[in-house]
Design a protein around this ligand. Structure first.
Ligand SMILES: Cc1cc2nc3c(=O)[nH]c(=O)nc-3n(C[C@H](O)[C@H](O)[C@H](O)COP(=O)(O)OP(=O)(O)OC[C@H]3O[C@@H](n4cnc5c(N)ncnc54)[C@H](O)[C@@H]3O)c2cc1C
Length: 414
C-alpha cells in the first residue's frame, strides 16, 4: 500500500498563517493539504492580543466569518492600548479603525489562542477544498525535478508542486531551505501565564504594555480576557537575557510582588496556569522569504513587529499573500525563485514600511529618561495623544515617530 499523498499546494502548520493561507486558496478554487503536528484544539504560547490586521484580512476573506467571530463568547473586544513608562506614567491610546467601527465591530480583540485557533480550524473544516491532516509532523523536505517531497514523522510522503512553510517560530525550514539565520538580538523570548482577579483595567479593555526599567526595551504585559481572566507575561531579546543573566520567570513574579503599580492590581489575583516560554522571531531586515517552489509565512518568515511583539496580523497577511502567489504560480506553472519573488514584494509592500519604522522606534525605547519624558508629556496633551493614536494605523503619521527630533520637540513642549 502506497503512503504517498499528491497535492498542488502543501501548507506546513495550521496556526493563523497556515489556516489563512488554506482559506484563501479554497476561496480561489484551489485544493490544498494543510498539515499540523498537533491535534486541535491545541494551545500556542502567546499574549492573545489580536490586532485590527487580523480582522481586516478576515473581512477580505469572508465577512460572514468576521461576523461569526465577533459574536464568540471567548472574545473580548479591545479598543486601545495603555503604555506605561518606566516611571509608571500611563498613556492611553484608543485604536482608531473607521471601517470596523461602521460595521459595529471592535478595532482589536483579545482571545485565548486555544479558542481562536480552534475557531479558524472549524472554518477550515467546512471547506471541501482543504484536506486537514492533524497529528502529522513534517520532518523532511527535498526539491525534486517536478516538485517537492515532504516526509512526515508517521511515514507518509507528500508530493507537492509548491510548499508554504507556516510552522511557526521553531521551524527548521526557516533555515533550510529558507536561508534565515536569526540573530539573538532579534529573537525575543516571551513567557506567559493566566491570572484570575487582576484589577485596574481600562473600561474599554485596553491591552497594557508596561515598560519596566530593568526590562527595557522588553516589557511586561497584561491583556484582559473574558470572565475576569488576564494573560500576563514578559518578553525580552535573547541577547540581553544571556548578557544580563536574566531569569524572566523570576523577574516577572518579583515585579508582581514588589512594584507598587503591579502589587496593588495583583493583590487579590490568583495565578491559574504554569508559566510557559516560547520564541518570537522579530523582524530585523528585509530578506528573501521565498525560493524555488516554496514560501515562508507567519513566524517562519521572521516578521514579528520588533516593538510590540505583534505577529498574528502578519501571519494573517502572509497567509493571504502566499495563497495569492500560489494561484499565480499554478496558473502559469512557474515555480521558479524569480517568479516567487512577487510574494516577497507583496509582503514588503504591505508591511515593510511599518516594520522598518518599528525597528527605528526600538532605538528610542532603550532610553528610560527619554521614554519617561515623552510619556509624561503625551499623557497631558490631547493633541499628542490623537497624533500617537493615529500613528498606529496611519503610516504617514507613524513615519514621524522614527525621527529623534520629534521626541526632543515633545520634551521641550513644542
Ligand atoms: C509569549 C508570546 C506572546 C505573544 N503575544 C502576541 C500577541 O499578543 N499578539 C500577537 O499578535 N502576537 C503575539 N505573539 C506572536 C504570535 O504568537 C505569532 O506571531 C503567531 O502565532 C504566528 O502564527 P504562525 O501561524 O506563523 O505560527 P504558529 O501560531 O506558531 O503556528 C504554527 C503551527 O505549526 C505547527 N507545526 C510546527 N512544526 C510543525 C511541523 N514540523 N510539522 C507540522 N506542523 C508543525 C504547530 O503545531 C502550530 O500549530 C506572541 C508570541 C509569544 C511567544
Amino acid at each position: 500500500m502506497t503512503n504517498t499523498i499528491h497535492t498542488d499546494v502543501c501548507i506546513v502548520g495550521a496556526g493563523p498563517a497556515g489556516s489563512f493561507a488554506s482559506l484563501f486558496l479554497d476561496k480561489a478554487g484551489i485544493n490544498c493539504l494543510l498539515v499540523d503536528k498537533a491535534k486541535f484544539p491545541r494551545d500556542k504560547i502567546c499574549g492573545d492580543g489580536i490586532s485590527g490586521w487580523v480582522l481586516g484580512i478576515l473581512n477580505l476573506l469572508d465577512e460572514d466569518i468576521l461576523l461569526r467571530l465577533s459574536k464568540q463568547p471567548f472574545l473580548l473586544h479591545s479598543h486601545g492600548i495603555r503604555i506605561v513608562s518606566p516611571n509608571f506614567s500611563e498613556l492611553d491610546l484608543p485604536f482608531i479603525d473607521e471601517n470596523m467601527f461602521k460595521k459595529g465591530l471592535p478595532p482589536g480583540f483579545i482571545a485565548r489562542r486555544i479558542d481562536f485557533d480552534q475557531f479558524m480550524i472549524d472554518e477550515v473544516k467546512k471547506r471541501a477544498g482543504v484536506k486537514l491532516l492533524e497529528n502529522c509532523e513534517v520532518s523532511g523536505y527535498s526539491l525534486l525535478k517536478d516538485g517537492t517531497e515532504l516526509s512526515t514523522g508517521d511515514g507518509k510522503t507528500i508530493h507537492a508542486k509548491l510548499v508554504i512553510f507556516a510552522n511557526g517560530a521553531g521551524s527548521k525550514f526557516m533555515k533550510d531551505p529558507g536561508g534565515i539565520h536569526k540573530d539573538p538580538k532579534f529573537t525575543m523570548t516571551g513567557i506567559k501565564t493566566y491570572f484570575n482577579g487582576v484589577t485596574g483595567f481600562h473600561e474599554q479593555n485596553y491591552v497594557e504594555l508596561i515598560f519596566l526599567k530593568k526590562l527595557l526595551p522588553g516589557y511586561f504585559w497584561i491583556f484582559p480576557l473574558p470572565g475576569g481572566m488576564a494573560n500576563v507575561g514578559v518578553g525580552l531579546d535573547q541577547f540581553r537575557i544571556r548578557k544580563k543573566k536574566i531569569n524572566l520567570k523570576t523577574m516577572m513574579l518579583q515585579a508582581i510582588e514588589t512594584e507598587p503599580y503591579l502589587k496593588e492590581r495583583f493583590k487579590n489575583a490568583e495565578q491559574v496556569t504554569k508559566v510557559e516560554a516560547y520564541g518570537l522571531p522579530l523582524w530585523d531586515k528585509k530578506r528573501p522569504i521565498s525560493g524555488h517552489r516554496f514560501m515562508l509565512a507567519g513566524d517562519t518568515a521572521s516578521l514579528i513587529d520588533p516593538v510590540t511583539g505583534e505577529g498574528m496580523g502578519h501571519a494573517a497577511i502572509t497567509g493571504m499573500l502566499a495563497a495569492r502567489q500560489a494561484v499565480r504560480s499554478l496558473n502559469t506553472q512557474d515555480f521558479s525563485a524569480t517568479f516567487m519573488k512577487q510574494y516577497d514584494e507583496s509582503v514588503y509592500d504591505m508591511i515593510g514600511k511599518e516594520l522598518a519604522i518599528s525597528s527605528k522606534i526600538l532605538n528610542f525605547i532603550k532610553y528610560p529618561w527619554l521614554f519617561n519624558g515623552v510619556i509624561n508629556k503625551a499623557a497631558k496633551s490631547k493633541t499628542l495623544q490623537e497624533k500617537l493614536s493615529l500613528a498606529m494605523t496611519d503610516l504617514e503619521v507613524r513615519k514621524k515617530l522614527r525621527k529623534p527630533s520629534l521626541y526632543l520637540k515633545i520634551l521641550m513642549g513644542r
